[in-house]
Design a protein around this ligand. Structure first.
Ligand SMILES: Nc1ncnc2c1ncn2[C@@H]1O[C@H](COP(=O)(O)OP(=O)(O)OP(=O)(O)O)[C@@H](O)[C@H]1O
Length: 235
């Protein structure tokens, strides 16, 4: 079953056409990696899925229903956790605990239960004791982990992560890998880190020039993306 399906998408920013007749699918339960050169449209693609950009033509079908209007995306945003490329777009409360609790409280969950979820989610991400830390004083990597905590705390059915390893040190990258493996549900992960994706994903796609190509997943340590992407060479 397809959790997400984009059919014949056309999308342009005022200065630039990004997609012309692009199609994309995510099967339920799959961890899908997306790579590609800067500016290829990876973030634009996931913003189309979340209803943050709208195509000029084509169909966006999520959880089996076509989504067109703003209201159609409320359900999508409630069920799919979306990690923005820039954590500052995600965090808006003064403290870590307030930010992580915001989503669950907004869903109407009891305060006591939410406090427990906040504690557990922070612990899972190696942020034990961060509850009262001020967001604006956090390092880049800490902010990214807190942004991820705000999403996981809402127990989403699927995850879309836009460059989740940016700013993370090797220990936190490994911890993130563990968390995403344990999460076990459908995920789209945009990253420039081939090895991170190869260890985590069932499939990796390369987006370039308005088209997807499948990248082989190598566990030998070789990075097929090193063979150049002009266009990306496949065996
Ligand atoms: N709001 C916007 N208005 C105009 N142009 C935009 C806007 N957002 C993105 N773009 C342009 O659209 C193109 C695709 O951007 P996008 O962020 O989707 O690429 P990406 O593949 O995610 O890149 P990166 O790997 O650098 O994050 C880029 O050339 C970018 O400059």
């Amino acid at each position: 079953m397809n959790l997400i399906k984009l059919e014949g998408i056309f999308f342009s920013y005022p200065e630039r056409t990004i997609f012309e007749n692009l199609s994309f699918e995510l099967e339920a339960g799959l961890r899908l990696g997306i790579m590609g050169p800067n500016g290829a449209g990876k973030t634009t693609l996931v913003r189309l899925i979340m209803g943050l950009n709208r195509p000029s033509q084509g169909r966006v079908i999520i959880f089996g229903k076509e989504r067109r209007r703003e209201e159609d995306f409320y359900e999508v945003r409630a069920r799919i956790g979306f990690l923005f490329q820039d954590p500052d777009d995600q965090l808006f409360c003064p403290t870590v605990a307030e930010d992580v609790a915001f989503g669950p409280l907004n869903l109407g969950w009891p305060r006591q239960e939410v406090e427990k979820i906040v504690r557990e989610t922070l612990r899972l991400l190696g942020l034990k004791g961060f509850e009262n830390r001020l967001i604006h004083r956090l390092s880049g990597g800490e902010k990214r982990l807190v942004a991820l905590a705000t999403i996981l705390a809402m127990k989403p059915e699927a995850l879309i992560l836009d460059e989740p390893t940016g700013d993370l040190d090797p220990l936190n990258t490994a911890r993130l890998m563990n968390v995403l493996e344990t999460f076990g549900k459908s995920q789209i992960i945009i990253s420039h880190d081939y090895h991170f994706l190869a260890r985590l994903c069932n499939r990796i796609l390369w987006l370039e020039g308005n088209a997807f190509k499948e990248i082989p997943i190598e566990t030998t340590g070789r990075n097929p993306a090193d063979t150049g992407y002009q266009p990306y060479s496949l065996r």
